[in-house]
Write a protein that binds this ligand. Structure first.
Ligand code: NAD
Length: 278
């Protein structure tokens, strides 16, 4: 039976540490502010933006909200970002993705000052991570490192397999595990014998975007299994599931993240950590 990694509790710990740091900064006369930009009315984006604002409120940081209409032009959005880049009172800038189709997402990401890019998506920050320089790191993978460390998992020298090579999760995750001195293998949709590779993993990180794809047959006895996936198996179901078939894998793993309550809550906690410590 696996020990469950409690992402909810660990994310609270991190938010409480951020709260203390904000209080300390305030006592020194410094403020912390996050600018949150949303373009359009995507309901999922509205939920994420709202949760980010609530987290700012919890830690005592200011959130400056910019909710722009769907028809906002790319130029108008770039102008706002430029203004926020120059505003000394703004520590972090976040554009909720996806942006409407008429706006070039890559251009928007590149227009944010890398030193205010709390999402860690700017190519400068991606590059900094690759060469081991300090910079903002994508929040979900950064959160997974915290989950592992705060659960007492030794990373150095371990065989780590990451399934998925997205820019937001898989690639930065692999770079972070490398930075922590793991031996890292990245698998993806073109990997030939996935099971043969994943069975080697002491630490298996799954970010595929396919509900319950990874069952016990992919997992070595005693492995630590981190499930990044979030799915609602059917529209009516209130229950969420991950990319890992939890009931199948839990008896084989030594530690495992549940869905919900594993990786999910870490993303916003690490956003706050980036804002406060970045
Ligand atoms: P993505 O779709 O961008 O990438 C999926 C990756 O999985 C791709 O690199 C692809 O090569 C690989 N893949 C697809 N099918 C495969 C297969 N059969 N075998 C091996 N590899 C395969 O997804 P993403 O943005 O990295 O997200 C992955 C999952 O994590 C999704 O379920 C997403 O909802 C979730 N997610 C959760 C959080 C969080 O806060 N917990 C954050 C981001 C993403």
């Amino acid at each position: 039976m696996a020990t469950i990694i409690d992402g909810k509790a660990i994310s609270m710990q991190i938010k409480d540490e951020c709260k203390e740091k904000v209080a300390k900064l305030k006592s020194e006369g410094k403020s912390v502010a996050l600018a949150v930009i949303q373009v359009g009315e995507d309901p999922a984006s509205s939920v994420y933006v709202n949760n980010k604002k609530k987290a700012c409120e919890y830690i005592g940081a200011e959130s400056l909200s910019y909710h722009l209409p769907e028809e906002t032009s790319e130029e108008e959005l770039l102008e706002l970002i430029d203004k926020l880049n120059k505003d000394e009172k703004v520590n972090g800038i976040l554009v909720q993705l996806p942006v409407p189709k008429h706006i070039n997402e890559d251009l928007i990401i590149r227009s944010i000052d890398p030193d205010k890019d709390v999402d860690g998506f700017h190519p400068i920050n991606v590059g900094r991570l690759s060469i081991g320089e300090k910079g903002f790191v994508s929040c979900t993978p950064a959160g997974i490192i915290e989950l592992l460390k705060r659960s007492g998992v030794e990373i150095a020298g371990k065989e780590c397999v990451v399934i998925g090579r997205s820019n937001i999760v898989g690639k930065p995750m692999s770079m972070l595990m490398l930075r922590e001195n793991a031996t890292v293998t990245i698998c993806h949709s073109r990997t030939k014998d996935l099971k043969e590779v994943t069975k080697r993993a002491d630490i298996l990180i799954v970010a595929i975007g396919k509900p319950k794809m990874i069952d016990a047959s992919y997992v070595k006895e005693g492995a630590v299994v981190i499930d990044v996936g979030i799915h609602r198996p059917d529209p009516d179901s209130k229950k969420l599931c991950g990319d890992v078939d939890y009931d199948s894998v839990e008896p084989v793993a030594s530690l495992i993240t549940p869905v919900p309550g594993g990786v999910g809550p870490m993303t916003i906690a690490m956003l706050m950590s980036n804002l406060v410590n970045g």
